[in-house]
Write a protein that binds this ligand. Structure first.
Ligand SMILES: CCCCC/C=C\CCCC/C=C/C(=O)SCCNC(=O)CCNC(=O)[C@H](O)C(C)(C)COP(=O)(O)OP(=O)(O)OC[C@H]1O[C@@H](n2cnc3c(N)ncnc32)[C@H](O)[C@@H]1OP(=O)(O)O
Length: 261
């Protein structure tokens, strides 16, 4: 039987779906997870009754740990290529969605987890000091590709992105609010109610006007990736299969395990 990585609950009375990521222990974004996520987004996009999506997690303390490192370590170039296409597809579906997308960030959200959050239209994060969010790729010895970087620039601006990406910064909730990476902080118990209430404000705007505006803001980056999608895959495969990068990933995974022990 196929494993489910996300639960989708559609409320037909409001036209809002809640996608809960549910892949313990850390909602890491595996090839299968990403494929299922993109299919779910496609289905909701096709559903004329669905106008908004709230993205959150069922896993305690974690929104998403980002891309599943085991999908990039010790794998064949073919596997790495298929994995990267799935990462692209997740981003294209989320960043390019015509629906209103709100991230209810109820836990830590490094790297690819942060990308998911900043691909939404609005972010509300639980105000808990141990949670963090950011694109920390350089800390793993890898590089956030241009469309991660441009999504971040559209969210927090050029200078803050440059600072953040070079240092691989992870922000706690008040810092994330200050830099503009999240729009609002909330207590754990009120997070979903607040997300629904923000959604109501966005739902009050006529869809066609909001959708055209959103597309105007995001289309240039999306088109840039679409124009060079296969080159981006080959670039990733070439980079990630380098011995030096594989070594960095191995050391990072060992560090994660040691931290645990
Ligand atoms: C020149 C142009 C280049 C073009 C393109 C080239 C490059 C590619 C760019 C790729 C972009 C990459 C994006 C990413 O998303 S990479 C992933 C980054 N993620 C992280 O750094 C997060 C790592 N994890 C953590 O920091 C923590 O696990 C935590 C999420 C804060 C949760 O902490 P805690 O609750 O204490 O849990 P544990 O650390 O004990 O973890 C539990 C088990 O889960 C495993 N784990 C954690 N994260 C990942 C992951 N991302 N992938 C796979 N597995 C993960 C961890 O090892 C533990 O496993 P164990 O139980 O077997 O020990």
């Amino acid at each position: 039987q196929r494993r489910m990585f996300t639960n989708v609950e559609m409320d037909n009375s409001t036209g809002v779906a809640v996608i809960k990521m549910n892949s313990p222990p850390v909602n890491s974004l595996s090839l299968e997870f990403l494929t299922e996520f993109a299919i779910n987004m496609e289905k909701l996009e096709m559903d004329r009754g669905c106008r908004g999506v709230i993205l959150t997690s069922s896993v305690p303390r974690i929104f998403s740990a980002g891309l599943d490192i085991t999908e990039m370590y010790g794998k064949t170039p073919e596997h790495c290529g298929a994995f990267w296409r799935a990462v692209q597809e997740m981003w294209l579906k989320l960043y390019g969605s015509s629906m209103i997308t709100i991230a209810a960030i109820n836990g830590s959200s490094p790297a690819g987890g942060c990308l998911m959050a900043i691909s939404c239209d609005y972010r509300i994060m639980t105000d808990y000091p141990k949670y963090s969010i950011g694109l920390n790729e350089t800390k793993l010895g890898i590089v956030a590709p241009f469309w991660f970087k441009d999504t971040m620039i559209n969210c927090i601006g050029n200078r803050a992105t440059e600072h953040s990406l070079q240092l691989g910064l992870q922000y706690n909730p008040p810092e994330a609010l200050k830099v503009g990476l999240v729009d609002q902080l909330e207590t754990e118990d009120k997070l979903m109610t607040t997300a629904s209430s923000v959604m109501s404000q966005w739902l009050a705007i006529p869809d066609h006007a909001r959708q055209i505006t959103k597309s105007m803001m995001r289309k240039p980056i999306i088109d840039q990736l679409l124009r060079q999608r296969e080159a981006d895959v080959q670039n990733f495969v070439k980079f990630i299969t380098k011995d030096s990068i594989q070594k960095s990933l191995q050391m990072y995974m060992e560090m994660l395990k040691q931290k645990k022990g």
